[in-house]
Design a protein around this ligand. Structure first.
Ligand SMILES: [Zn+2]
Length: 238
């Protein structure tokens, strides 16, 4: 029997396959698909609530609720964290009341929801998983810049098709020519200091503004100053 709460909850609620998903999504090499501790914790807690509701209400929830909303309100009940400030006591009470009306053991669920820290300990210490985020980034400056630029281009690559499908209504009403337009997307950013507009590729390659002093061109990056030590993202800190 493991003492870690995540292990216990997985076992108790028979959350099969969840261990593998957590480890896989945390250690995913692909930056785009890798999930943070924050995302995994929220996914896990929602999964737990879903399994419990399956048992007590056959998975039925009032149409004005979502699993995410129910989970958040339950977390908010016993927490004073500022991230729950926008959830009112009345909202919490309504959800709790509805759960109690369906005989759902509310206090047990709230006890079984896990925190970021618990999830981090589970992945790191119980499962021995290592996130690529916590390893030194071995890429060269140029490679890191081109990887980021590439992922931005991937984000935008589907936009022309989406825009064209939005234009379909106008084409259908003869408010545009019938042939699809050739749409190009370019991303520009404005310097926060001087306002100069520049293509995102220049901004990345020049390490900041191409016009004024708002750049890091003459500064060493952390891996040039100290052998690749890496600050943990805040969500990875137990
Ligand atoms: Zn500037």
């Amino acid at each position: 029997m493991s003492a870690n709460k995540v292990s216990r909850v997985i076992e108790q609620y028979e959350l099969t396959g969840v261990e593998e998903s957590l480890v896989r999504d945390w250690t995913q090499e692909d930056d785009q698909r890798r999930k943070s501790i924050r995302e995994l914790t929220s996914w896990f807690n929602q999964k737990l609530v879903m399994v419990i509701l399956d048992e007590y209400t056959s998975g039925m929830i009032p149409s004005e609720y979502t699993i995410e909303g129910i989970t958040k309100r339950l977390q908010a009940r016993d927490s004073s964290a500022s991230k729950y400030d926008d959830i009112s006591d009345r909202e919490i009470m309504t959800v709790v009341q509805w759960l109690q009306d369906n005989d759902v053991p509310v206090d047990d669920i709230i006890d079984d929801l896990v925190s970021y820290g618990t999830m981090y300990t589970y992945l790191k210490e119980v499962r021995g998983a290592v996130s690529p985020d916590s390893q030194p980034d071995q890429r060269s400056q140029e490679k890191r810049q081109s990887d980021v630029l590439e992922s931005i281009r991937t984000d935008f690559s589907k936009q022309p098709e989406r825009i064209n499908s939005r234009l379909r209504t106008l084409r259908a009403h003869n408010q545009l020519p019938g042939t699809k337009a050739d749409i190009h997307i370019s991303v520009e950013c404005n310097c926060p200091a001087c306002g100069h507009a520049q293509p995102i590729a220049d901004y990345i390659e020049q390490q900041g503004c191409t016009e004024c002093e708002m750049h890091t061109r003459d500064e060493l990056t952390p891996d040039q100053t100290n052998h690749g030590s890496h600050e943990d993202r805040d969500e990875n800190t137990p």
